[in-house]
Design a protein. Structure first.
Ligand SMILES: *Cc1c(COP(=O)(O)O)cnc(C)c1O
Length: 406
């Protein structure tokens, strides 16, 4: 189906941070399958782990446990700093991880303020949480939502980063009029909105309000998690999270290093027991091959110091692109290896297409912004190659007089 529009190239092979197209042309992959291929392409440790697991035990259904699945759950809880009683629900994608969180929120209904029910969920304008119906209800963008209405109800979208709006949503008047809040769902750094960071202090404020209301604080780290921003999870950076402990964290994209796997991590016993036996399920979720891919990816990130690499090489990318002073570039924002190059004109599509012609895969995340989410193995030299493209790129000004029309 034509849901993605025409493909830009046909890619046939990858190695490290590079991919090759069907004509044998090489590209430096600065998108990594949208923040997915954390270890780049064809990583030997990931390939060996997945192959060995498939050759040992590939799939068993969730009527059975496997050592690989248990090991990945325990590893995720440990890296997330989750307290005693925490649990993980495995999925195959980001949207399914968000669906699990959505259903947890629906189960957080009773015991609201004044003995009332919690019927409302809050999400932020600009937020992206996936394309299945629950996740879509949380996603703000009208063009994604409207063709599919009616969506699951009870979701309100608040202006991005606006603490006064947050206060209003939790106020006694709002609760009396519209009902209690079951969950606040947000990205610590909005990825699809063009890599936008919440203002300092916002998450800590959100934590205070949700805790007082008995609402879940759900952090959607599908894009920012697993080392992407230079820490295992973005909320763990004091400047981002302000030291908050969330109730639920969703992850997916980078977790399997390219193999589809996601998870909803529930922090503490209350969140971890909202979904009762029989209330949720998945056939493939958490299968041993996906779990092996997750374990291998986390293992290599740790072994090879890729969190530190993401911070260091991200700094190189940012500073070198900004230092080049191309009049088309207004600045670079983001953290680690999740960056957006802000352009001075709405020519992101033209810049992305020029990048491909020059041998770089990038993404026009907004009309005037380019997203960079390269593999966490990117080297400083490769970052400098990318920066040179941004130093030189030009796009003709469409408003300039055009000879052909005169
Ligand atoms: C990509 C993304 C999703 C959806 O993940 P899929 O695997 O595409 O379903 C959800 N939330 C965030 C923050 C994302 O970036």
């Amino acid at each position: 189906m034509d849901t993605f529009g025409p493909p830009q190239r046909v890619l046939v092979r990858g190695e490290g941070a590079y991919v090759w197209d069907a004509d044998g042309r090489r590209y430096l992959d600065l998108l990594a399958g949208i923040a997915v291929n954390a270890l780049g392409h064809g990583h030997p440790t990931l390939t060996a782990a997945v192959s060995a697991q498939l050759g040992t035990l590939g799939h068993v259904s969730n009527f059975f446990a496997t050592p690989t699945q248990i090991a990945l759950a325990e590893r995720l809880l440990q890296l997330a700093g989750a307290p005693e009683g925490s649990r993980v629900f495995f999925t195959n994608s980001g949207t399914e991880a968000v669906e699990a969180a959505f259903k947890m929120a629906r189960r957080n209904r009773s015991g609201g303020p004044g003995g009332g029910t919690r019927t409302r969920m809050l999400a932020l304008e600009g937020g992206f949480h996936g394309r299945s119906m629950g996740a879509l209800a949380l996603t703000a963008k009208a063009a994604y939502r409207e063709p599919f209405e009616p969506l699951p109800g009870g979701v309100e979208h608040l202006p991005f980063g606006d603490t006064a709006a947050l206060d209003e949503a939790f106020s006694a008047a709002a609760v009396a009029e519209r009902g209690g809040v079951s969950a606040l769902v947000l990205e610590p750094l909005q990825g699809e909105a063009g890599v936008r960071a919440l203002p300092a202090g916002y998450l800590a404020h959100a934590r205070r309000l949700t805790a007082a209301a008995g609402a879940l604080l759900v952090l959607d780290e599908v894009q920012t998690g697993v080392g992407r921003t230079g820490s295992w999870f973005a909320f763990q950076q004091p400047e981002v999270g302000g030291g908050v402990v969330p109730d639920v964290v969703t992850v997916a994209k980078g977790l399997g290093g390219g193999f589809p796997v996601g998870a909803a991590i529930a922090f503490g016993e209350r969140a971890a027991t909202l979904l009762g036996r029989g209330q949720h399920g998945t056939t493939f979720g958490g299968n041993p091959v996906a779990a092996a891919a997750g374990l291998a990816t986390l293992g290599v990130i740790e072994r090879d110091g890729l969190l530190e690499n993401a911070r260091r090489v991200g700094d190189v990318l940012r500073t070198e692109i900004e230092a080049a002073g191309n009049p088309l570039v207004d600045g670079v924002r983001g953290r680690g290896l999740l960056l957006a190059v802000q352009l001075t004109r709405p020519v992101a599509t033209e810049v992305a297409s020029a990048a491909l012609d020059a041998g770089f895969v990038v993404n026009a995340v907004a009309p005037d912004a380019i997203r960079l989410a390269p593999p966490l193995i990117l080297t400083a030299d490769q970052a400098r190659d990318a920066a040179r493209f941004f130093a030189d790129v030009t796009v003709p000004d469409a408003s300039a007089p055009d000879d052909r029309e005169s």
